[in-house]
Design a protein around this ligand. Structure first.
Ligand code: ATP
Length: 271
């Protein structure tokens, strides 16, 4: 696995939040829509599967993979699609989506309707770890996805998911601890947590929560032959959190350039 190639691809995608690549009038585009607990992210790739545009919005419309605000989710997806179409000068026609492992058929259909409501035909419904692994290419190891609400694990053996688990404890819990520690609101803590220059001070405050995440990983991988841990999900953006996970699990940890964008990129790759 060449991590530098993966990191370069993710950095290009990150830059596509601000800039837009050129696309031909008839060029095939690959689109991925990630409906998460904290963010909705849409990624567009060109015919060579290079990132050309990316848009995202904070939206609490999904909980534990289930749509809790259908109208809100539809509104955000429509808005992001319109923004991307305007930026690219092209209409978007197809998209892949992803859901947490174990999501029932009915709930998958709800996700699908939200995206179809924005005019995109859904060509694939993936599970999130499989989407992340389209980028990472893990044969044997565990992908740990730490999002807003949960720490999810997917163990891969010979490139296939053989075990999944998902437990409460995610970025929301970090923000609650920061809010208590600084006597500020949850919303202020969310903003503060993402400020790179403050993350050295924040890490000691939230270390016990990250240790709890590491203990979740340990419990699920014990008695299994796991050679490495691969971190994805927004919470893994926190500077040096991977060091805490590495120390507490005793396993080598790989954290991509921007763990937040791995799953959205993987969804688009599967369109
Ligand atoms: P879940 O996986 O629980 O369904 P989700 O898919 O919405 O949620 P992500 O979008 O991967 O989760 O991550 C959202 C979390 O990541 C939020 O708690 C957010 O505060 C946190 N987060 C995003 N960016 C950063 C950052 N730069 N530093 C620290 N935390 C961040």
């Amino acid at each position: 696995m060449d991590f530098s190639v993966i990191d370069e691809q993710i950095r290009t995608l990150e830059s596509r939040l601000e800039t837009t690549g050129e696309v031909g009038v008839d060029e095939k585009l690959y689109v991925g829509v990630d409906l998460g607990t904290a963010y909705i992210v849409i990624v567009v790739l060109n015919s060579r599967k290079e990132p050309v545009a990316c848009a995202m919005e904070f939206a609490q419309v999904i909980k534990d993979g289930l749509v809790v605000d259908y109208m809100g989710a539809s509104r955000v997806v429509r808005k992001l699609v319109a923004e991307l179409e305007e930026r690219l000068g092209r209409s978007l026609t197809h998209a892949a989506i992803a859901v947490p492992p174990g999501t029932g058929k009915k709930d998958c259909t709800t996700h699908q309707y939200i995206v179809e409501g924005a005019g995109l035909e859904v060509t694939a419904i993936l599970d999130e770890p499989t989407a992340a692994n389209a980028v990472l290419g893990v044969d044997n190891g565990v992908i740990v996805d730490i999002g807003g609400g949960t720490t999810g694990l997917s163990i891969f053996e010979d490139g296939k998911v053989t075990y999944v688990a998902d437990e409460a404890t995610g970025g929301t819990h970090l923000s609650l601890v920061i809010a208590g520690n600084r006597s500020i609101s949850f919303e202020e803590a969310e903003v503060l947590k993402k400020q790179k220059e403050l993350q050295n001070e924040i890490l000691p405050v939230v270390r016990p929560v990250i240790q709890k995440m590491a203990s979740i990983v340990n419990r699920h991988i014990e008695n299994r032959d796991i050679s490495a841990i691969y971190l994805v999900g927004g919470t893994c953006c926190l500077k040096d959190m991977e060091k805490v996970i590495e120390k507490d699990t005793g396993k080598p940890v790989y954290k991509p350039a921007n763990p937040f964008l791995v799953t959205p990129l993987g969804i688009a790759l599967n369109c």
